[in-house]
Design a protein around this ligand. Structure first.
Ligand code: NAP
Length: 308
């Protein structure tokens, strides 16, 4: 029985070291050194090379090396193969850090002060307490809930919107499409932490921006496909939106001629909000793999129909 790992060499080395020590019974193979294809029962990959999965007669589980699975071509994954996404402390902590950094930068006007400094201006902006601002999170899954929990410690008013109903202490929650505009109407800072699906593609668009209070800011850490870029620029230029912090774009990398690069009220980072950390991800994956070997249900299985 073997596991095929597909990624860059430094990451592969870290994972291989962990498996050699913690699971010597599992043959850890690194792409493209597959060995006998019939031995491979597990694949860990962000994106498997085209045609590979169908050529593995005994493949049981495809582990995505990231939390989102919108990049997975489910039609290329044989029907009996389970797809598992990556949920691990390193990804969660990274997202909590990035969301906190972004919310505090907006709340304390840090991006305005950077611009003031650049122009040599000694200017002050009224400081509001955190309790005077509402932060809203779209998508109350693993990451959305972790972000809200940490933001609560600063005293922000918190809101959350989700497909199915959620009860989270200290958070005013809203469920379903019909509540979206009511949710948005109270959000000074909006964070998108939805998965990218046919329902959520383009959700950060004109209608949504106009449903937010005038001057609200948006942080997109979901996927670039959630955002209508033209609508964002229009809303920023019209003053309907204050600022946007974007960790994800469509496409990635963002083309050099995109107006987002130079927009004075857009802050961009190159999809680095959170990343799978081998030290915490490899043990988590092994634990899940052992569950599978014992015949127990896997954790973090993706629902192919829903796409997340
Ligand atoms: P998750 O645990 O699967 O949670 C997703 C949540 O979104 C669920 O609570 C789900 O509600 C809700 N949802 C799905 N479709 C919806 C819809 N149409 N309307 C309202 N709510 C909807 O996912 P996660 O681990 O929190 O990750 C969320 C996303 O973050 C990932 O899919 C990925 O795109 C993004 N991400 C980005 C980075 C980065 O570095 N920028 C890193 C990691 C992840 P139900 O449970 O009711 O269906």
């Amino acid at each position: 029985m073997s596991l095929l790992y597909i990624s860059d060499a430094p990451r592969a080395a870290a994972w291989a070291r962990f498996f050699a020590e913690a699971a010597p019974d599992i043959a850890f193979r690194v792409w493209p050194e597959t060995g006998d294809l019939a031995d491979i029962e597990y694949v860990v990959a962000w994106q498997a090379p085209s045609g590979l999965l169908a050529s593995l007669p005994n493949l049981k589980v495809l582990f995505s090396s990231g939390a989102g699975v919108d990049h997975v071509d489910f039609s290329a994954v044989p029907s009996g193969v389970q797809v598992v996404r990556m949920v691990e402390p390193g990804i969660i902590n990274g997202m909590v850090e990035y969301a906190t950094l972004s919310v505090l930068a907006l709340h304390r006007d840090l991006l305005d002060y950077l611009a003031f400094q650049a122009s040599g201006a000694w200017r002050t902006i009224e400081v509001l307490p955190a309790s005077a601002r509402t932060v809203g999170v779209m998508g109350l899954g693993v990451l959305g809930q972790a972000v809200l929990e940490r933001l609560g410690a600063f005293g922000f008013r918190l809101r959350g919107w989700n497909r199915s109903a959620r009860r989270i202490e200290g958070v005013e929650t809203f469920a379903g499409d019909e509540t979206l505009h009511r949710f948005l109407a109270g959000c000074d800072i909006l964070i998108c932490l939805l998965p990218l699906t046919s329902q959520t593609r383009g959700i950060l668009g004109r209608g949504l921006f106009h449903a937010l209070p005038r001057g609200a800011s948006v942080i997109n850490v979901g996927r670039g496909g959630h955002l209508d870029q033209a609508a964002l620029i229009e809303a920023l230029d019209a003053g309907q939106l204050g600022r946007a912090i974007l960790d994800v774009t469509d496409p990635e990398p963002l083309p050099a001629d995109s107006p987002l690069w130079r927009h004075p009220r857009v802050t961009l980072t190159p999809h680095i909000a959170s990343m799978t950390q081998p030290e915490t991800a490899a043990p988590r994956l092994l634990e899940n793999l052992r569950r599978h070997q014992r015949g127990e249900p896997l954790r973090d299985v993706v629902d192919r129909q829903r796409g997340y």
